[in-house]
Design a protein around this ligand. Structure first.
Ligand code: ZN
Length: 235
């Protein structure tokens, strides 16, 4: 297991010293990143995107708690979803073997997929960052995020960067989305968060809006697995 210093060096290699905006969801990854930036003395703001998803209210409360604990500015953008298509059937044809449909619990109803959501999330986060004089936005993507929905994988963010290259030209410093923890395994992010004193009971990615989680939905299953793995590594 790495020590705190090594973890932080792995992060600083990937970010500029001027800091930026963390896309904050109230989950373990983006919150750990915020604590790491604070520890490093990096300037940053926290940005929350409400796209009408199941856990939005609770997640925004968590982001506010951590922004307040860390003493950093936060911002919430509420997306007008009147044109949004929120239908899990759009995922048909995409291979998500880890997702199951629980008819009794009506699993999919709470699964937070909305068409186009992360295109808009990144765009609004970038606008906010530019308005605050930053040139980078950060996502809590890790090495283990291969099974994520398609708008959370590395290829998606590389595509956003191509758009930013042409969309932020003269009047700001430019814009990039960066994934500082891409070399981390999920359990390592838990380890780093614990080394930084993050209370993981104040984080959640639950599709059902439970804090810290319902323990049943897909995101909670991923969460439980990574905590097990962390405990095993810790020995
Ligand atoms: Zn859950």
């Amino acid at each position: 297991m790495s020590d705190l210093q090594t973890y932080l060096e792995r992060i600083t290699r990937r970010v500029c010293k001027d800091g930026g905006v963390i896309l904050s969801t109230g989950g373990a990854d983006s919150t750990t990143l915020a604590y790491a930036f604070k520890h490093l003395g990096m300037p940053f703001n926290m940005f929350f995107f409400d796209y009408g998803h199941g856990g939005a209210k609770q997640q925004w409360e968590l982001v506010q708690i951590h922004a307040s604990l860390l003493g950093v500015p936060m911002y919430r953008h509420v997306w007008d979803t009147s044109l949004a298509i929120a239908n899990w059937s759009v995922l048909k044809g995409v291979d998500f073997p880890e997702l199951k449909y629980d008819k009794k619990e009506d699993f999919w109803e709470t699964y937070g997929w909305v068409e186009g959501r992360n295109i808009f999330m990144n765009s609004y986060a970038a606008l906010y960052a530019a308005a605050k004089g930053f040139a980078e936005i950060y996502v809590g993507l890790s090495k283990d995020d291969r099974c994520m929905p398609t708008d959370q994988n590395k290829e998606f963010f590389e595509g956003m960067n191509k758009a930013f290259k042409w969309g932020f030209l003269n009047k700001s410093k430019g814009m990039k989305v960066i994934w500082p923890m891409i070399e981390f395994e999920l359990w390592e992010i838990i380890h780093l968060g614990k080394l930084l004193g993050l209370d993981f009971d104040l984080t959640s990615s639950c599709d059902r809006a439970d804090v810290p989680g319902c323990g049943k939905c897909h995101n909670c299953n991923v969460r439980v697995t990574r905590f097990y793995k962390y405990e095993r590594k810790k020995g």
